[in-house]
Write a new protein. Structure first.
Length: 309
C-alpha cells in the first residue's frame, strides 16, 4: 500500500451503521486521510453537515480540495477527548445524528518512517500522533524506570515477555540512547524467544509504547462518555477498533450504557438519569475475506454500533 493512500476499513458497514440521513449532522472524530468522511459526504444532501476531527497535523494538511471546498464540511485539529468541547462550541450538543471513531494508526502514519510508528521502517523513534505536543517515545525511553516500562509493555501490549524486554531496553540504553525504531525493534527481537514469534517480535512492544505515549485508551474512554452528550435521540455511534484493549473498552462501555443503573434494575419506574442510554445494534462486525485480501489492515478490525436512546 502506498504511503499516500489510506483505504477506509469496513466502509460499507460503517455507512449502514450510521444510518445516514441526507439532512443529518455527522461527526468523523478520527479523520485520518478522509476515506470515511468522503463517503459520508457523498450520501449527504445540501442541508447535511459533517464535522471531522484529527490531532495529526499531517492529516489536517493532507485534506483534499474536494473536501476542503465543500461548504457542508468542517475539519478541526483536536483530540477525540475534546469532542464535547468542539461540538458544544458550535452549539450542537445533543444534535449529532451519527458519530464515528476509527481508532489506531492510519496506513500513511505507518508508512512514513519519520513518524516512528513502525518497526518495519527505520526512522526517528517518535510515535506521537501530534508531534507538536507531549514527549516522544525516544525521550520517554531515556528516563522511564524499568518497573514502569515493564508495566506499560505488559498492560498495553499484553506482552508475556514484558519483564525480559524492559530489562533489555534498560541495559541497552546504558550504553547508547535508543533513538530509532530499528534499534528498538532489534533489542526486542534479541530477547523474545523463537517460539513466541507468530508475529514480528516487536509488534506488541511498539503497540504498547504508542498507546501509552498518546494516551489512546484514556482518550477513547473520555470520548465514549462524551458521545452520550453529543448524540441526539436515535443517533448512531460507530466504533472501529484494531486490538483487544480497545475492543474490550468499547464493548464494556456499550454494555454498561445499555443497562439501567444497578440500584433501579428491575423496578417498574426508573428516573430518567438512571435509564439505559444506548441500545446495541447487532454484534461486532469484522471484515470479509474479500476486504482483507484488498486491505490487510482490515484483518484485525472490529466495528461495534449502538443507538442513543
Amino acid at each position: 500500500m502506498s504511503g499516500n493512500v489510506h483505504t477506509p476499513v469496513l466502509l460499507g458497514p460503517v455507512l449502514e451503521g450510521l444510518g445516514i440521513k441526507e439532512d443529518g449532522l455527522y461527526v468523523d472524530a478520527t479523520f485520518g486521510r478522509g476515506g470515511h468522511s468522503g463517503a459520508i459526504l457523498e450520501r449527504l444532501g445540501a442541508r447535511g453537515r459533517l464535522i471531522a476531527i484529527d490531532r495529526d497535523p499531517q492529516a489536517i494538511s493532507s485534506v483534499s480540495e474536494v473536501l476542503s471546498d465543500d461548504p457542508r464540511f468542517e475539519l478541526i485539529r483536536g483530540e477525540i477527548a475534546q469532542l464535547a468541547k468542539i461540538i458544544g462550541a458550535r452549539g450542537l450538543m445533543g444534535q449529532v445524528d451519527g458519530l464515528l471513531f476509527d481508532l489506531g494508526v492510519s496506513s500513511p502514519q505507518l508508512d512514513e518512517a519519520e513518524r516512528g510508528f513502525s518497526f518495519r521502517r527505520d526512522g526517528p523513534l517518535d510515535m506521537r500522533m501530534d508531534p507538536d505536543t507531549g514527549v516522544s517515545a525516544a525521550d520517554w525511553l531515556e528516563s522511564v524506570e524499568e518497573r514502569e516500562l515493564r508495566r506499560v509493555i505488559k498492560q498495553y501490549g499484553e506482552e508475556r515477555h514484558a519483564a525480559r524486554i524492559a530489562h533489555a531496553l534498560v541495559v541497552a540504553r546504558s550504553t547508547a540512547p535508543i533513538r530509532r525504531t530499528g534499534q528498538l525493534a532489534a533489542i526486542v527481537a534479541s530477547v523474545v524467544p523463537p517460539h513466541a514469534r507468530k508475529k514480528h517480535p516487536a509488534t506488541k512492544t511498539f503497540q504498547a509504547i504508542r498507546i501509552f505515549i498518546n494516551g489512546e485508551l484514556e482518550q477513547l474512554a473520555s470520548a465514549l462518555d462524551q458521545s452520550l452528550e453529543v448524540l441526539k435521540k436515535g443517533g448512531r455511534l460507530c466504533v472501529i477498533s484494531f486490538h483487544s484493549l480497545e475492543d474490550r473498552l468499547v464493548k464494556r462501555f456499550i454494555r454498561d450504557a445499555s443497562r439501567e443503573a444497578e440500584q433501579y434494575r428491575g423496578l417498574p419506574s426508573v428516573p430518567e438519569q438512571y435509564r439505559a442510554k444506548l441500545a446495541p445494534i447487532g454484534r461486532a462486525i469484522s471484515a470479509t475475506a474479500e476486504e482483507i485480501s484488498a486491505n490487510v489492515r482490515a484483518r484485525s478490525a472490529h466495528l461495534r454500533i449502538a443507538e442513543r436512546l
